[in-house]
Design a protein around this ligand. Structure first.
Ligand SMILES: Cc1cc2nc3c(=O)[nH]c(=O)nc-3n(C[C@H](O)[C@H](O)[C@H](O)COP(=O)(O)OP(=O)(O)OC[C@H]3O[C@@H](n4cnc5c(N)ncnc54)[C@H](O)[C@@H]3O)c2cc1C
Length: 308
């Protein structure tokens, strides 16, 4: 991958002004509060600007990395080379459409998923209750097929709007959109700009009760206070990564300023000033010890990006 051409940086700065930031520390943009600098962080305000950025990067052969709310990312201490894109204010619109049998919801990729779940519950609409308390954006949640307590994004998605890596607009739906556990199968380099959901009318009290239950379960099981990125590993079939790590005796283990949470063994917390390498060391330890004890190889759920 070639270094970022100075002409590209200049072009981005003249097109986006202070929304093109060379050397921006990514620790400011991740829930772990960890990560070295982006070679260039850009915050396009809308789809047209995003298309300009993607085309320019594609023409220059430069890598593009998408950043949503940064709540599922471990960014290397060496930062991210190339262009890092974080979608800005033009991607926060929400539209509701009453239809014969259900309600269509179109949400921009930068909308917070948890806020969308609460706004839907206020309208007595079912389909997103599980998402109460999941931080991050609609775009990141779609890409990750985020979920909890038996629900996931895939369960209510009708179509996905976005741009291909070369900046061309495309809508993905039934035939060309598939989901797996914690992953959407979208074309390589596809940038989600909005998601269209299908929600159902239900009794308001029932929807709000399911939302409250998700909140209660989350508060009971997750560490509060320290920076983290939620579950570090995917649950292996028929088991829980947290149970395996706990039974391997790793709760409370430290590397530098990172620690495997005592509250939930599948969460690593930053006690303040942790490096990505500290978190990675704990992940490697958990994978190795769980493999030795249980014969299960834990697969990361957190996305490791950038230079290590
Ligand atoms: C306290 C806590 C609790 C959590 N609980 C849960 C949970 O219960 N269930 C769960 O599934 N997750 C959970 N997570 C993880 C995380 O919140 C989800 O994975 C979330 O959906 C990530 O969204 P994000 O916007 O932060 O994405 P990011 O972390 O910024 O990015 C995640 C991935 O999506 C890609 N991406 C982001 N935006 C776009 C876009 N617009 N187009 C294309 N690709 C994009 C990124 O490149 C990256 O590969 C938790 C995290 C924390 C910190």
């Amino acid at each position: 991958m070639p270094a970022l051409p100075p002409a590209l940086v200049d072009a981005m700065r003249s097109a986006l002004g202070e929304r093109a930031r060379p050397g921006e520390p990514l620790a400011r943009h991740t829930s772990f509060r960890i990560g070295g600098p982006a070679e260039l962080l850009v915050l396009p305000a809308g789809v047209d600007e995003l298309a300009v950025v993607l085309r320019a990067a594609a023409d220059a052969g430069v890598r593009v990395t998408l950043l949503g709310g940064g709540s599922n990312l471990l960014v290397g201490d060496g930062g991210i080379r190339g262009v890092v894109v974080k979608l800005g204010r033009g991607f926060r619109q929400v539209e509701w459409t009453e239809r014969t049998d259900d309600v269509g919801l179109r949400a921009g990729a930068a909308v917070q998923l948890g806020q969308l779940a609460r706004a839907s519950a206020e309208r007595s609409l079912a389909g997103l209750e599980y998402a109460e308390g999941i931080p991050g954006t609609v775009g990141g949640a779609l890409f990750m097929n985020a979920g909890a307590y038996g629900g996931d994004v895939a369960g209510a998605v009708e179509a996905v709007e976005g741009l291909e890596a070369n900046g061309v607009a495309r809508v993905l739906s039934d035939g060309n959109l598939a989901f797996r556990y914690r992953r959407a199968e979208v074309p390589r380099g596809f940038v989600v700009t909005a998601v269209r959901f299908r929600l159902r009318h239900d009794a308001g009290a029932a929807v709000r009760a399911r939302l409250a239950e998700a909140r209660t379960r989350r508060l009971a099981s997750q560490p509060q206070g320290d920076a983290n990125a939620g579950s570090v590993f995917k649950n292996p079939a028929g088991d829980h990564a947290g149970r395996l790590i706990e039974s391997a005796g790793l709760k409370g283990r430290r590397a530098g300023r990172a620690r495997i949470s005592e509250r939930h063994a599948n969460v690593i917390v930053n006690e303040g000033g942790a490096r990505a390498a500290d978190v990675k060391a704990l992940m490697d330890l958990a994978q190795r010890v769980v493999w030795e004890r249980s014969g299960v190889w834990l697969e990361p759920e957190v996305q490791l990006v950038g230079s290590w």
